[in-house]
Design a protein around this ligand. Structure first.
Ligand code: ADP
Ligand code: MG
Length: 692
């Protein structure tokens, strides 16, 4: 275990106040946070190539002579381009530096350098764009090394993260590993000290994979420890918030303009009988996107409120929380429901928050809707009877513990649209009873999906324009937010900010285009989403933040860029954002990757709209192949582990946790002291509620 993990990042060598503030923006406050800020991918310093061997799009290094340094050209937006002609015995090529006029002085004509950068080919003309320059000896030393590429925030450079991580690792003090050597051998796991080294500074692909494997194991292991603890908290706990089936519920359901589906009715029945039964409820409602879970949850909350309790509805994002708040407010008006709701999110002003806290404490507010902030320390409930967590990706495994610490034990209902195969569900949802909604509301036509390559782009844009002309709205999803360290990033990956600029140029001023991503201020995110919901934005370009739960029935097209970067279940979730109204919904999955495997994997989306079938296919086919890259599975939002690809580790972790807990249920033995400490540290840092 890391013993000096609490050291603030600003105390690390080379981290000044400014860099520290960039780290703080990413919620990296301590050495522990920093060391757990894992690379999202690696670049290899490959061997030197000849100019004639270069391929379009690759990152390559060449050793070449500088033939001439051209004169600086000024182009629009005050940008400068410095062209440099270079050659080796196989041919010549051009190097371009954007906004780096000083390179003119750094290069000597006639001298040899190694340049490493992205190759661009047009016809037989090759260009290296913005390459980094090395002396030959310098490059020879780096050759074969892996360079970690970290998630960055605005202002922060990759090299600064590398430096900080290195100095954190140099200083890191470890106690003994909580896993004995015997156990590590049994499950083929690196010791934790090495795991940090391997994941941040691997010398080979195997090492990187080994580091990753250990962290994935830890994550799953502690997650399961908390699951078991949860189960202990629940088992045989008598119903301290007893309810009766209120007439309000049937009155409400009768007034709705539609009838509940079979699955919805069963879920409502399960839920009510739990809350009116002898023990506390701990139930999961599982149902594909669009299966109508919200109304089920609201029915439960209505029953709680009608029985004189308070209810809380928690969402993973502020945006989703406000949407729920609006839905509830509408229903209250329409159906005269006894809800007195309040919206409580991180962006509510301090004075407004204080008022809300007071009205919660007095019981005046009987339905609290918000993000995780609402179960934080300050909130005191008068008589909380039911907590509903929407779209929980199992982050909230410590929720019951947190509530118990506050001295309350309400009924708990969680809702998830992440369909997972039974074998996984048994482990991941082991602490919950499950209701599954299998059927869809009547009259929904399945979303028409297609998987296409670059050549389809013009048709895709034309299709989008036609849909907008019909008064509909469009989502476009990109895997990245924006490039902050261009040299190291993969320009093939579409980023939200750059893409919207491009699209504005491509489509012209007629269209109202906006973007949304997780690093925007919550209030800005809310504004954009509100505008989109109101129909005043035609095309919303977004990262997967919109994945969870947003309901804008007028949106009909979901286009996903770099689809190969996402897990199938995640793509299925994304397309669930369209086709929610009466008009036909369409999903366009773009992928520049045309190999058979990618195509075959994505094609399943065109063949079925059944989330469970897609999840099973995902489980069968997703290997630990692409270990890094943009997170493949947003499914369970583990940082490292991927429940599909790491199904074997999940079983190993569960086997070990059970073996240990069987002997020592509360981890009181001396020999399990390290596990207990590490679990607490891990739980504090990783398993609480988080907002996106
Ligand atoms: P999800 O399960 O993805 O959370 P929602 O609860 O957001 O789905 O429901 C999607 C849409 O379907 C909402 O507009 C909701 O009003 C509508 N809906 C829910 N249940 C039914 C039903 N039984 N019949 C028709 N429409 C329904
Ligand atoms: Mg929902």
């Amino acid at each position: 275990m890391l013993t000096n993990g609490n050291t603030p990042v600003e105390e690390l060598k080379g981290v000044g106040p400014k860099t520290a503030s960039y780290f703080h923006n990413m919620n990296i406050l301590t050495t522990y946070d920093l060391l757990r800020h894992f690379p999202r991918t690696y670049l290899v310093f490959g061997g030197l190539k000849k100019i004639s061997e270069l391929k379009d799009g690759e990152i390559a290094a060449v050793r070449v002579k500088v033939d001439s340094v051209g004169s600086l050209r000024r182009v629009k937006n005050k940008m400068t381009i410095l062209p440099v002609e270079v050659s080796d015995e196989s041919g010549h090529m051009c190097i371009k530096y954007f906004n780096m006029p000083f390179m003119a002085k750094a290069l000597r004509c006639g001298a040899y350098y190694v340049f490493r950068g992205r190759v661009k080919a047009s016809g037989r003309e090759y260009t290296l764009v913005q390459p980094r320059k090395y002396a030959y000896d310098e490059y020879a030393e780096l050759s074969g090394m892996y360079q970690s590429i970290y998630p960055l925030s605005k202002g922060l450079k990759n090299s600064q993260v590398v430096k900080a991580v290195r100095s954190a690792l140099d200083k890191a003090d470890f106690t003994d590993d909580y896993l004995s050597e015997e156990i590590r051998e049994r499950y083929d796991l690196a010791d934790s000290r090495n795991a940090y080294r391997y994941i941040h500074f691997p010398e080979s692909e195997e090492q990187a994979a080994k580091g990753r494997r250990r962290f994935a194991f830890d994550e799953l292991f502690f997650f399961i420890i908390y699951l078991r603890k949860n189960k202990d908290l629940i088992t045989d706990s008598p119903n301290t918030c007893p309810m009766i089936e209120s007439a309000e519920v049937s009155r409400f359901l009768e007034k709705l303009p539609f009838r509940l589906t079979k699955g919805q009715s069963k879920a409502v029945k399960d839920m009510l009988s739990d809350m009116c039964g002898p023990s506390m409820m701990n139930r999961l409602i599982q149902g594909d996107v669009g299966s109508g879970k919200t109304i089920v949850a609201l029915t439960g909350l209505l029953n709680a409120v009608a029985c004189g309790y308070q209810g809380a509805l928690m969402a993973p994002t502020e945006v989703l929380a406000s949407q729920h708040f609006n839905t509830v407010s509408d229903l209250v008006r329409k159906y005269d429901l006894p809800f007195k709701p309040a919206l409580l999110t991180g962006s509510v002003s301090a004075s407004a928050k204080k008022k809300i806290y007071e009205s919660i404490a007095s019981g005046e507010t009987n339905l609290i809707i918000g993000t995780h902030a609402l179960i934080q320390d300050k909130v005191e409930y008068k008589n909380l009877g039911l907590v509903v967590t929407d779209e929980q990706h199992r982050f909230g495994v410590r929720q019951r513990e947190t509530l118990a610490k506050k001295g309350i034990g309400p009924h708990v209902l969680v809702m998830s649209a992440t369909p997972i195969p039974r074998t996984l569900a048994i482990v991941l949802y082991g602490d919950l009873s499950v209701s599954t909604i299998k059927d869809m509301p009547e009259g929904r036509s399945p979303i028409k999906s297609c998987v296409v390559g670059e050549s389809y782009r013009p048709s895709a844009y034309k299709f989008i324009k036609d849909e907008i002309a019909k008064g509909h709205q469009i989502y476009i999803i990109c895997p990245m937010v924006e490039f902050t360290d261009e040299e190291d990033d993969d320009p093939e990956l579409k980023n939200v900010v750059g893409y919207s600029e491009q699209l504005k140029e491509e489509l012209g001023d007629r269209y109202r285009i906006s973007y949304l991503h997780g690093r925007m201020r919550p209030a800005d995110k809310d504004n954009i989403l509100t505008e989109f919901a109101a129909g005043s934005i035609d095309i919303l370009i977004s990262t997967t933040v919109i994945e969870v739960g947003i309901n804008v029935p007028n949106a009909t097209v979901m286009m996903v860029e770099n689809s190969e970067r996402f897990g199938l279940s995640q793509l299925h979730q994304l397309r669930g954002r369209v086709g929610r109204g009466s008009a036909q919904g369409y999903a366009i999955f773009m992928s520049a990757k045309t190999d058979d495997k990618t195509k075959e994997r994505l094609d399943i989306l065109g063949k079925t709209c059944d989330g469970f079938e897609i999840a099973s296919y995902d489980l069968k086919t997703r290997g630990p192949g692409e270990l890094f890259g943009v997170r493949q599975s947003g499914d369970f939002a583990f940082r490292v582990a991927d429940v599909f690809a790491d199904a074997d580790l999940l079983n190993a972790a569960s086997e070990l946790a059970d073996a240990i807990l069987k002997e020592d249920r509360h981890l009181k033995d001396d020999k399990n002291k390290l596990i207990k400490e590490e679990a607490e540290l891990f739980g504090r840092n990783n398993l609480d509620f988080r907002t996106i």
